[in-house]
Design a protein. Structure first.
Length: 458
């Protein structure tokens, strides 16, 4: 009721029609599929299909693991790791001598479908109804003219591995960045020299940011038109501390978190996702009867939970990597979900870390805390020459941002705008216009709040 008068109900059919009309106008301005900028999708953690093969050197840690590994192999011995009990035994090992991570003895792994979106549609193609990942987003991209292998590409990776700070080897992670760089270059070459739009989800955003900043400005200007990051954990997440302390069931019903805790602790990428001191500061995140732990005390936290072997790689390989968020000097759109209760503090009792804690919730997307989601806006506030647009989607979760109808519509609108506004400009252009989203009534009714940040030279 406004000024004593009832507000008229929203005309949803008209609003949806106007939103669709805006998208079609943007697509028409972009010239259709033949003139779209090529697009590369970079998934998040557990967003890639991962396969393994066991050799004679493998020794199962239990009879159950060995039996499952034998019965689920294909003719060449490969079996899928996701949603397979064998996953619970597929640990990584850190070698202090090599200063790098590797598979357990007797285990070979591979990531199928690199370069294609096929490996990103579902975590398990045999269980589509419960393992959908990017299928909805890919269908929406195809509707505006994108075609797999032509101007649409996928860049899956072994999500157990991460990257290391300068001066430290990272064999698997470095190989992935080389492959991703080659994919970007080939996508540009096969699409008339048009630079690529990089679209990442979650952990994939950290890989993309490293790709950009490990290549010279001339490379970025030539091959990258825009970076669109979805739900990126720029400063890690408190949930990462829960994973290391008590295990995390990753949403699988009936799975005991303690059963997967050791394997999750062995994952290099999980160390990368611990809350960073730069973003979370000295606020207590884990509370125990004996002492509290903040993001500045992660090494002590790892010791306390009984994982001292994680201290050295965290301090030498990960911490220097997360202490800064370098400016890539390419246009960045950061799309996030907020308004979902997200673990912000973990309170443990005298039972210790083998019991799940009492969780104090704060704002975020259900997985990543708001401070981490917005770390680019706060971290780049004084940078020069960097364009950043932040799109805040209210009440959309970390993973549902890829499937929620309204969220996908916003993502598609951003991609259409990138193609439309920048089409015909030179590949060296590194700034984008200050634009407003179309169909504002639709956005307002879904609680989508848009904030735009342009950082000019001072």
């Amino acid at each position: 009721m406004v000024n004593g008068k009832k507000r008229k109900p929203l005309d949803w059919p008209l609003i949806l029609f106007l939103a669709l009309a805006q998208l079609l106008q943007l697509l028409e301005a972009a010239g259709g599929g033949e003139r779209l900028h090529p697009l590369v999708l970079v998934p998040g953690s557990v967003g890639s299909q991962l396969e393994a093969r066991l050799t004679e050197g493998y020794r199962p840690s239990s009879l159950l693991c060995g039996r499952w590994a034998r019965t689920r192999r294909d003719k060449e011995g490969w079996f899928r790791l996701w949603f397979d009990p064998a996953l619970l035994r597929m640990t990584l090992l850190y070698s202090s001598e090599l200063d790098d991570y590797r598979n357990a003895p007797g285990v070979e792994t591979r990531v199928p479908h690199f370069g294609s979106t096929l490996g990103l549609l579902y975590r398990d193609p045999h269980l589509k109804h419960i393992t959908e990942y990017m299928a909805t987003l890919v269908r929406s991209l195809e509707e505006i003219g994108y075609r797999d292998g032509e101007n649409l590409f996928g860049a899956p990776y072994d999500f157990r591995y991460g990257l290391a700070a300068e001066g430290h080897p990272s064999k698997v992670g470095a190989e992935y960045l080389r492959d991703l760089k080659g994919l970007v270059e080939n996508a540009t070459a096969s699409n008339g020299g048009r630079p690529v739009i990089l679209v990442s989800h979650s952990l994939g955003g950290l890989f993309v940011l490293q790709l950009l900043n490990r290549n010279p400005p001339s490379w970025r200007q030539r091959f990258v038109k825009h970076f669109v990051a979805l739900s990126a954990p720029w400063g890690g997440a408190v949930r990462g501390m829960l994973t290391f302390a008590s295990g995390y069931s990753v949403g699988i019903p009936g799975l005991d978190p303690l059963l997967v805790r050791d394997e999750q602790r062995s994952s290099e990428s999980n160390l990368w996702l611990l809350p960073s001191p730069k973003v979370f500061g000295s606020s207590p995140l884990v509370i125990t009867p004996e002492r509290n732990f903040s993001a500045t005390e992660v090494p002590e936290f790892l010791e306390e939970i009984g994982f001292p072997e994680g201290v050295l790689p965290y301090k030498t390989r990960i911490l220097p990597l997360v202490e800064r968020l370098p400016v890539p000097k390419v246009p960045v759109t950061n799309i996030i979900g907020t308004g979902v209760k997200t673990p912000e503090r973990l309170v443990y009792g005298k039972e210790g870390f083998d019991r799940q804690p009492e969780v104090v919730y704060g704002d975020g997307d259900g997985t990543v805390n708001l401070a981490s989601l917005l770390a680019l806006a706060s971290g780049w506030g004084r940078a020069t020459g960097q364009w950043l647009k932040v799109v805040n989607i209210s009440h959309v979760c970390h993973r549902s941002i890829l499937k929620d109808e309204a969220a996908v519509r916003v993502i598609m609108q951003e991609i259409c705008e990138i193609n439309s506004h920048l089409m015909g400009s030179s590949a060296t252009e590194t700034s984008i216009p200050h634009v407003h989203c179309s169909a504002p009534d639709l956005i307002a009714t879904r609680g989508l709040l848009d904030s735009y940040h342009r950082v000019d030279d001072h």
